[in-house]
Design a protein around this ligand. Structure first.
Ligand SMILES: *Cc1c(COP(=O)(O)O)cnc(C)c1O
Length: 238
């Protein structure tokens, strides 16, 4: 009955995360994305059965496989690094809710074209990923280029719907202090909305270690993996 225990654990974990989110004022506007990379489909089903519909995946093949066999009313978020040559398979997933990792004008154009060539119905939500910590190892546009990329998506990518901004941020920041990555993303939103009247950008920020703090800073989309599903296998064991 290991599976029964696993189910109970997952149900408890997601309830705990939701209860914690509910303690933050204005939390009702925020969306919880259950980040399920490296986790088996059975785990996702247990969480799905609690009513959770938004799931996040990092790897294209894993997303393709899971989306084919799991319920079609799941709303998938692609949150990994998107290679240009993978845009078509990603855009072809009918119940893909959003690509959160647009990191250049070129990537936006490629994904826009991919939506046309796979005859995707309706527009595809996208988030512009901002490298708020300016780390070389992180993808994303630099904060000062954020508005330009947003403007391009709005003007030149009719198959994409500019839904918001996303950041991963630096790991290991002190959670008791204000988080400069969150502040930077809020600032990018403010500046971009000033330049592009009528926009109301979402903010995708906050992970297991800091999702409550992110909500307090104005996040509307938190991406929580470990706190729901437990630790992921170490690289050498995958
Ligand atoms: C893996 C991942 C998460 C979830 O991280 P946890 O710390 O396990 O909650 C969130 N966002 C992105 C982009 C990720 O790659």
């Amino acid at each position: 009955m290991a599976d029964q225990q696993r189910k109970l654990d997952l149900v408890q974990n997601i309830a705990d995360v939701k209860a914690a989110m509910a303690t933050v004022p204005h939390h009702e506007k925020a969306r919880l994305v259950a980040v399920s990379k490296y986790k088996p489909a059975e785990d996702l089903m247990h969480v799905y059965e609690t009513g959770q519909r938004h799931f996040g995946e990092n790897y294209v093949q894993e997303l393709v496989d899971k989306s084919a066999k799991l319920p079609s009313d799941i709303q998938w978020h692609f949150i990994g690094h998107l290679q240009s040559n993978k845009c078509k398979v990603v855009a072809a997933i009918p119940n893909l809710f959003a690509v959160e990792t647009i990191d250049s004008i070129k990537k936006a154009d490629t994904l826009n074209k991919a939506c046309v060539s796979c005859e995707r119905k309706g527009t595809l939500n996208v988030f512009v990923q901002v490298n708020t910590s300016r780390e070389d190892v992180k993808s994303g546009v630099l904060p000062e280029n954020c508005t330009q990329v947003c403007q391009h998506i709005q003007d030149k990518c009719p198959q994409l719907k500019l839904n918001g901004l996303m950041t991963i941020g630096m790991f290991g920041r002190d959670p008791s202090e204000t988080n400069p990555d969150f502040e930077c993303l809020v600032d990018c939103k403010k500046k971009t909305e000033q330049e592009m009247p009528g926009l109301d950008l979402e903010l995708s920020m906050g992970m297991s270690g800091d999702y409550l703090q992110a909500l307090q800073a104005g996040s509307t989309n938190v991406r929580v993996g470990t706190t729901i599903f437990g630790a992921r296998p170490k690289k050498e064991d995958r």
